[in-house]
Design a protein around this ligand. Structure first.
Ligand code: SF4
Length: 448
């Protein structure tokens, strides 16, 4: 049986799809890149923004249309949208056979089997927010991921926790991914050892609020210390951090542990206290400023990446200006900037009118991006003339598009700066020293 998986959304979904590929392959199924040749089409979905959901609805519309016209195919919706919509997906798209929430992916072989045996559509959802780590059907599978199915050569995502307890008023994640639950540290170390044995040298620890990681007496700083002792591992990163309750021992670990990278993704979402309160973020602008100052003071050369929402209900020009000011002041290496869209089921959607006109959201989005570009360009230019160590990912995306760029490779520094340079393709997964010769806001260019 040939299976094609389309993955949307965050790194958690990328990791879940990698685990699924291993699971399906070990059950004798063939994973194919070409959706047209597949017998089973799986969509691993994201509910964070309505745009992401609309994309899945149109994929499903097309796939179900082909099925109605006689193509024999099993169609499955997995992940956050499956959890959010449940059986409604089957009613809305006649032809969907499987709906499986994020904690149910370990049952996928069984669900596909039931459908092909003629048992009709299958729905497997996570039942409640009273879950513990042991309830995650897919969790035990993390150990058995085939390292050859990792997203990039020599690199792997490693989940250290699931879910979220913060309930920011705009966010659907706590409803679809359940409560915060951390994996036991021994399991994580064991998984990393297996990955390193298979050639991985860089791991990125994943959690929705990764700095809240806590298993027994082990916090994130302790986990970083333990990972630092894994022979053969060279780099450890962690994403995404929540600015409230940030344990400063994590910064000390980043400073002192050779394998902990100087990189922090820590979404502010807004620079205005009014907006932070309305968003249900549990910190003030002043506390966020202090946190960034402590990070810069403790960890030399740290790169900080932010997230912002523009056009949140009630956002005034002054609130927006405070976000632009925060970007300038914090010197972010990069920011992910999004227009607010209400997510059904969240407190924001229930209680706050989506009162900022779309054209204002668009122009604020553009304006904030432009401010970030200026800051990113200054940050990148500061690296010109320096020699940096990069982990090579493989051919640059430009290599296929431009005739004189065939030898272009892309890699990343410890601080996650993107570097493009000419080199041999077999450097993928290796470390290389590159002298930076030129910089744009997004990319550094250099020579081996
Ligand atoms: S911290 Fe807030 S934005 Fe992040 S996943 Fe939790 S609820 Fe969503």
């Amino acid at each position: 049986m040939k299976v094609h998986i389309e993955t949307m959304g965050c790194q958690m979904n990328v990791l879940d799809s990698e685990i699924l590929r291993s699971l399906l392959a070990s059950a004798g199924m063939e994973l194919v890149d070409d959706a047209l040749s597949a017998d089973v089409l799986l969509y691993n979905t994201c509910s964070v923004r309505d745009q992401a959901e609309n994309k899945v609805h149109s994929h499903l519309g097309r796939a179900c249309g082909k099925k109605a016209n006689g193509r024999e195919i099993v169609i499955g919706v997995l992940g956050c949208m499956a959890q959010r919509f449940g059986t409604e997906l089957i009613k809305r798209h006649r032809g969907v056979d499987i709906v499986a929430g994020p904690g149910q992916l370990g049952r996928l072989v069984e669900l596909i089997q039931l459908v092909t045996d003629g048992q009709g559509p299958q729905v497997a959802l996570d039942s409640s927010r009273n879950k513990t780590h042991a309830d995650d059907v897919v969790e035990f599978l993390d150990h058995y991921r085939d390292p050859n199915r990792c997203h990039l050569p020599g690199q792997a995502y490693v989940r250290i926790m699931r879910g979220c307890d913060k309930f920011c008023t705009y966010c659907i994640v706590p409803y679809v991914r359940g409560p915060e639950r951390s994996r036991p540290p021994d399991d994580i170390i064991e998984e990393v050892r297996r990955l390193v044995d298979a050639g991985v040298t860089q791991v990125t620890l994943l959690g929705q609020t990764v700095n809240s990681y806590h298993s027994g007496s082990t916090g994130l700083a302790d986990l970083l210390s333990r990972l630092d002792t894994v022979a053969g591992l060279k780099r450890v990163r962690f994403v995404t951090s929540y600015p409230g309750d940030f344990d400063r021992a994590i910064f000390q670990a980043m400073r002192d542990l050779p394998k902990a990278c100087e990189y922090l993704h820590i979404p502010a979402q807004s620079g205005s206290d009014n907006m932070l309160r309305a968003m249900g973020r549990r910190y003030s602008r002043g506390e966020y400023d202090d946190l960034i100052a402590a990070a810069r003071q403790t960890v030399p050369g740290i790169a900080i990446v932010g997230d912002f929402i523009v056009g949140f209900p009630g956002e005034t020009q002054a609130d927006f200006d405070a976000s632009a000011d925060l970007i300038r002041q914090s010197g972010y290496r990069n920011s992910y900037i999004f227009k607010y869209s209400p997510r059904p089921g969240t407190t924001g959607a229930k209680r706050l009118a989506d009162d900022i006109p779309e054209d204002v959201k668009r122009s604020r989005n553009r304006e904030l991006l432009a401010v970030q570009q200026e800051v990113s360009l200054a940050d990148n230019r500061a690296l010109t003339g320096q020699t940096v160590e990069i982990l090579v990912e493989g051919p640059s995306p430009r290599a296929n598009r431009q005739p004189n760029s065939q030898n272009q490779l892309v890699g990343r520094t410890r601080t996650d700066h993107i570097v493009v340079f000419d080199g041999a393709k077999n450097l993928a997964g290796q470390y290389a020293n590159v002298k930076i010769t030129n910089a744009t806001a997004l990319t550094l260019f250099g020579q081996l």
